[in-house]
Design a protein around this ligand. Structure first.
Ligand SMILES: *[C@@H]1O[C@H](CO)[C@@H](O)[C@H](O)[C@H]1NC(C)=O
Ligand SMILES: *[C@@H]1O[C@H](CO)[C@@H](O)[C@H](O)[C@H]1NC(C)=O
Ligand SMILES: *[C@@H]1O[C@H](CO)[C@@H](O)[C@H](O)[C@H]1NC(C)=O
Length: 295
């Protein structure tokens, strides 16, 4: 009896020490790595649920103010390069990590999977990410209208003007269904990672290396238009009354990113939350997300 207990204690100990893989977070627009009210809370929750595991939250810039501002104004391609260097420099990630991207952090982490395959990403969890972009800017993070109106002015001035493209993150995933041709040519970020122009074989090879792609869509999302973009759906060309879901899109049908392959292997999980953008309870997160982080 004693030896059985000893073995059980040993096993529990071994499991705790080996722990689950590291988790890396990427915050959304208007947020930062280390806001105690957002990713700070998530970090604590992860550490409680995955005892002993390493959790890191990407900071794009040398401090929190820069990190927040970079979420609006640092060229997304430069942010991907910056994050790739951070991931490479973190020795704790060398055996692989689970990625959780919040809002635009979702498409940024997908770009990481496609462009930065080392260290290896295990599961990619996109919580409200806009994988086919947005067409509208209905609400501001934190409802700061000053910064939001400035962004709206720039988008109105011309989301596809090169000056705006190079300096405004939200223009880099602005997807105007009435200007598909211009979007494909001008979008420096989203059109590239979605293989709209040239086909980059590496993007497909690299994305196929992840285990699972977990896509969370918020059914009452008041920030992302259309919210179908969170599951890779988007408006039909020239018609905002129709949505083309992922499985009917040419991205999928031509398998340009390996999404069709992954889907046929049940490696894409389409999750929904009947709430507003990024609004979920601890219980929802524990029930729906934690299972993808345990091994
Ligand atoms: C790696 O993880 C250990 C254990 O969680 C931690 O003490 C250490 O600071 C981490 N290293 C880095 C570079 O963050
Ligand atoms: C809104 O953002 C602007 C620009 O970053 C800043 O100067 C201002 O203080 C913010 N306003 C509020 C209410 O947070
Ligand atoms: C959408 O509208 C644009 C501009 O009017 C036009 O050039 C394009 O051919 C249209 N596309 C389709 C699929 O109808």
């Amino acid at each position: 009896m004693l030896s059985l207990i000893t073995i059980i204690v040993f096993l529990i100990h071994a499991i705790t020490i080996s722990g689950s893989p590291p988790v890396v977070l990427w915050h959304g627009m208007g947020d930062s790595c280390c806001n105690p009210l957002s990713l700070g809370t998530i970090t604590k929750l992860l550490k409680r649920q995955l005892p002993g595991s390493y959790v890191s939250s990407l900071r794009i810039g040398s401090n929190i103010v820069e990190d927040t501002s970079n979420g609006f104004f640092m060229n997304a391609n430069h942010q991907i390069d910056y994050a790739c260097k951070l991931l490479n420099a973190d020795k704790n990630l060398s055996q692989g990590y689970h990625a959780i991207g919040f809002s635009q952090g979702g498409q940024f982490f997908r770009a990481i999977a496609q462009r930065c395959p080392e260290p290896p990403m295990l599961n990619l969890i996109s919580i409200g990410g806009q994988h086919q972009g947005v067409f509208g800017f209905p609400r501001c993070p934190g409802d700061n209208e000053t910064i939001c109106n400035y962004i709206r002015d720039l988008l109105r001035f011309g989301a596809y003007e090169s000056f705006v493209q190079n300096h405004l993150v939200q223009a880099e995933y602005w997807h105007d269904p009435h200007k598909e041709e211009i979007y494909r040519k001008a979008s420096i970020f989203l059109a590239d990672i979605n293989q709209e122009n040239t086909f980059n074989e590496q993007y497909k090879t690299n994305l196929l290396k992840i285990r699972n792609l977990i896509l969370v869509k918020f059914l009452r999302d008041s920030m992302v238009t259309p919210h179908d973009s969170e599951h890779f759906g988007f408006y039909e060309e020239n018609d905002t009354s129709k949505i083309i879901p992922l499985r009917e899109s040419s991205l999928y049908l031509k398998d340009l990113l390996g999404l069709k392959t992954m889907d046929e292997q049940s490696r894409i999980k389409f999750l929904e939350s009947d709430t507003d953008h990024l609004q979920f309870t601890d219980k929802w997160f524990i029930d729906n997300i934690i299972p993808y982080l345990q091994d």
